[in-house]
Structures are given as C-alpha cells and as structure tokens.
Write a protein that binds this ligand. Structure first.
Ligand code: URP
Ligand code: ZN
Ligand code: ZN
Length: 468
C-alpha cells in the first residue's frame, strides 16, 4: 500500500520545502508534487509541518535500578514515545557483573522484542571492565551495537575507574565505535553523601548538594582531557552544568572529537524543584540533577553554538507512589532520605513538543535546528543515518505530521507514560504531533493509538559515527 502525505511543509535539518511525500514499502519513495493518487492512502497535511520522527538517544526502559525497576517497559514506553513524536530510541543494555557484554545486549533484545511498537537500538553499559570485557568490545558490532557507556558515578554499582574508562575509549576507537560517559565524580558524591547524612541532612534538596555543579564539571573536564590524551571520540551524556559545557566547548575548539548531549528537563527545570515542602522534590531527583538558572542559560547557549549536539531525555521513570496495586516500587523508597530515592525522571513523550515549545516558539532556535538536535544528529552520531533522522528518498518513513498551532496542556492525567506524574504538569504547549508514522505505518492519529506490540524493529547500527 502506498501513502501520500501532501500539502505539508517538509522540514529537515537542511531546509523547509512545501512538497509531497510518496511512501511505499515502509520507505520514502519520492519527494515532489502531483503524485498519482489512485489506490493510495492520502494524508492531507495542509498547514502542517512534516518532520522526521524524533530519535531519543538516551533512555532506560524496564531497567533494574535503585532497588526497583523503571516503570515503563518497551510497550508502554514506546506508545508514549510515539504519541510524543519519537519514532526511534537507543536504550541502555547493562552488562551484569561476571557476564559478557554480548549477554547484556541479548538480554535487552529479549526484553524489547515482543513489546516494541517503535524502532529501537541499544548502547551497552560496561559495568565489569575486566580485560576479557575490554577485548570483547569490537565483537559487539556483530550485534549491531556500536556505542558503549561507562559511568564515572554510582560508586559500588556501575562506577568504573579511570583505567577502565581509558581502556574502553581506546578499544572502542580502534574499531570505530563510540564511548559515552556519565560524567559526575562518584567518589566525591560518596564523600559528600556521607557528610550530609551524618549531619542529618535527609531532605530531597540535599541530592543537589551531593551532586553539585563542581562535581559534574570536574568529571566532564577529566573526560575532555581523556579525549586529548587518547584521541578517542567521546559523547558526554546528560550535561547539566555550565562549567561542564564550557569544558566541552574548549575541547571542541581545540579540535578534539568530543560531543555533548543535554536532556529536555535541564532546559526547563532548576534545583529549586528539589527544594519543596515535603516529598515533592523526589519527583525531580535524577543524576545529574537540574542546576541553577545560569546553568540553564549555558545549556541554551551550548545548543545554539553547537557545543551540544543532541537533546535526549534520559527517560528513567519511577512511580511517585509505587505502593499502589500493580505498580513497581518507586520514589517512595526514599521517603526517609534523598539518597534512597531511585534516580531518574520521565520525559520520552514530552521531549519533542516541550523542546519545540521552549526552543522554536520562543525563537531560540529555528525549526531546522530543532530537527537537527531532536533527530538528525542522534542518527548521524549513532550510525543510523540516513535510514533514520531525515526525510529523503530511501529513508525509513518515520514521520511526524506536526500541527504548529495546536495547543495541548501536558498532564499525567492524559500522558501515555506509565508513571503518575509529569515534570511539566499544567504547561500548555503550542504545537503538537498530530499523526506519527513509523516505517510508513500510522501509529498515532490524533488521540487514536493504532500501533501494536511487536511492530518495532531493532536497528542494527553502523560503526560509522560522524563527529559533529
Ligand atoms: O538519574 C538518572 N539519570 N537515572 C538513569 C541512569 C543514568 O544515570 O543515566
Ligand atoms: Zn547517567
Ligand atoms: Zn541515563
């Protein structure tokens, strides 16, 4: 069956053109005008923007963490992603201690396979960096996995030392793979945590003190130095600190192959959200936590001057009240103290419309830059371009028909994420994904869900990673 999307303005990272799209066999067959319509599904997109589906390069669906498991699985998370205009994401498979990286990837492929409703791929998190693990890295390409993550935080859980960090970077680079890093100093966090708890400081706001701007910036500065030392490319995830951004900027000005990601929550939320009466602040506990107004400003600057290349979510939702029937334990695990609150926030459904609203409607970035940050750059950096990340002949027909005038008030009452709160509760955005297609199949039509579990495909990624 062929589909024609007509009369819309097609927006890519490069241009905005009033043209029609012919879709056949799940891919874009032609772009142009006056396609014969006989026997085709017709989507009239007059007055709408047609953009490539969002790609969220950083998510944690169905992830065991913080004494529980994130509350969205590969079906609920995918349905929410689709409603929010995201048609593909890259999740983190975890290596278990004593196990191979390949086993981690295969476990996560099994978690996703029968549930997936949009397309997905995996990075692998290196948590047990023995010599065997390091030697195994190049073989992951056979699994379609070409990026690895190390954590410099979460001491005693995921944290690796500098030897492991450097060995991973070197080995990955040898085979054209990309290392990613969670850059906060886990040792410093552990010392600060002990100090705070010994002083009886258990309120939610102390999470921000233990995970301070300086603690993030130190690790980012170290990570950028490691790029200089090794020459290996590095992608720094979820950057929230102004000084961290400055370190990336300086590294890039020297010509180092370092790239930076920020997340949608850091564009809108500050540490004040953690400093609220009672337990409310727990909703915003993630690592790194949102920082000050000046850091937010630095993030916007980093996005506009190309210091940062992507906006992801780090979607890792936990119920605010996980004690209710049918729920996994959630934020309430930390009622007694901030350090026991599972780290992570929801956002997979909100990223696309919130960023459009905050960035494009306000004139901070153009619609083309929006597409670049939300879709094209993640596809390029992670070896999925031009199959994903653009609207071009031969690309997968992953498409958002976006109504730039539709107003929508974001709320946990109406969102599709499997979590009982929304970071942007009550925010009315202008601009909303009206129809969402993955490989030519209409998954979302207004409020209607037409997707199904098992439709989503694993994206086998290339090693080719553009340094953007
Ligand atoms: O708080 C966060 N970010 N949770 C998810 C795990 C991670 O650090 O990315
Ligand atoms: Zn992280
Ligand atoms: Zn994460």
């Amino acid at each position: 069956m062929k589909t024609i999307i007509k009369n819309g303005t097609v927006i890519t990272a490069g241009d905005s053109i009033l043209q029609d799209i012919l879709i056949e066999g799940g891919v874009i067959k032609a772009l142009g005008k006056n396609f014969p319509e006989y026997g085709c599904n017709i989507i009239d997109a007059k007055g709408k923007y047609i953009m490539p589906g969002g790609i969220d390069a950083h998510t944690h669906l169905d992830m065991p963490f913080g004494g529980t498991v994130s509350s969205d699985d590969f079906f609920t998370g995918h349905k929410a992603a689709a409603f929010g205009g995201t048609t593909c994401h890259i999740d983190f498979a975890l290596q278990s201690k004593g196990e191979t990286l390949k086993k981690g990837v295969q476990d996560w492929k099994a978690r996703a396979k029968d549930k997936a409703a949009v397309d997905y791929s995996f990075h692998i998190a290196v948590t047990d960096p023995t010599q065997e693990t390091i030697d195994e890295i190049p073989s992951l390409k056979d699994e379609g996995v070409t990026s690895l993550k190390v954590f410099l935080a979460y001491k005693g859980v995921f944290q690796v030392d500098d030897t492991a960090f450097m060995s991973t970077m070197n080995k990955a680079a040898e085979s054209g793979m990309l290392t990613m890093v969670h850059a906060e100093n886990g040792d410093a966090i552990a010392v600060k945590t002990k100090e705070l708890l010994n002083a009886g400081k258990t309120d939610m706001k102390y999470h921000s003190v233990a995970h301070s701007e300086a603690i993030e910036a130190e690790a980012i500065n170290r990570a950028v130095s490691f790029v200089e030392i090794t020459g290996a490319p590095l992608y720094i995830v979820h950057i929230a600190s102004g000084n961290g951004i400055e370190a990336v900027r300086k590294g890039r000005r020297k010509g180092l192959p370092v790239m930076g990601e920020t997340c949608v929550q850091y564009l809108f939320i500050t540490d004040e959200a953690l400093d609220q009466e009672g337990f409310e602040g727990a909703k915003y506990i993630c690592s790194p936590p949102p920082k000050k107004e000046e850091d937010k400003k630095a993030i916007w600057e980093g996005l506009t001057d190309n210091t940062l290349q992507t906006i992801a979510t780090d979607h890792c939702p936990f119920w605010f009240d996980g004690t209710k029937e049918g729920r996994t334990p959630g934020k309430e695990l930390g009622k007694a103290s901030w350090d026991k609150v599972p780290n992570g926030v929801p956002g997979i459904e909100d990223r696309f419309p919130m960023t459009w609203h905050g960035a494009v409607n306000s004139g901070k970035i153009t619609p083309n830059k929006f597409v670049e940050l939300i879709s094209t750059n993640p596809a390029k950096i992670f070896g999925m371009y031009p199959k994903k990340g653009t609207i071009a002949v031969g690309s997968d027909a992953d498409i958002v028909v976006f109504d730039p005038n539709k107003k929508h008030t974001i709320s946990a009452e109406t969102h599709h994420m499997n979590v009982d709160y929304n970071l942007y509760e009550g925010t009315t955005v202008t601009g909303w994904p009206e129809k969402v297609l993955v490989r030519g199949k209409l998954l979302v039509d207004g409020e209607k869900w037409l997707g199904e579990a098992g439709f989503g495909e694993f994206v086998f990624r290339n090693t080719h990673n553009d340094i953007i």
